[in-house]
Design a protein around this ligand. Sequence first.
Ligand SMILES: [Zn+2]
Length: 97
Amino acid sequence: MVLDCLCDFKANSLITMKRHRVNCEIWKVRDKNKIRLERQVQTYQNKYGVSNAMQIKKSRKKRQQTCLEKYGDKSELGKNSNIFNKVQKNNRDNKKK
Ligand SMILES: [Zn+2]
């Protein structure tokens, strides 16, 4: 295991890194929000190969697939959905009240 500090210091264990960071000026003045954002982007890139959740076509497709299996349409509110009539009926009933 090799860990990188922001100052290019490399440690081969978490304890070594923790000890280093206590005295590392670069680490002390780090921009926490920026680091969090970068880490998030990194996670997306590692997991999905994209930098942003909106780009994850795979999960969108999976959602559509789930709806297709469950309701018979890409969207649970789609025209071919088997709950479409139920939803419409509920809407009508709600309006009557
Ligand atoms: Zn450092």
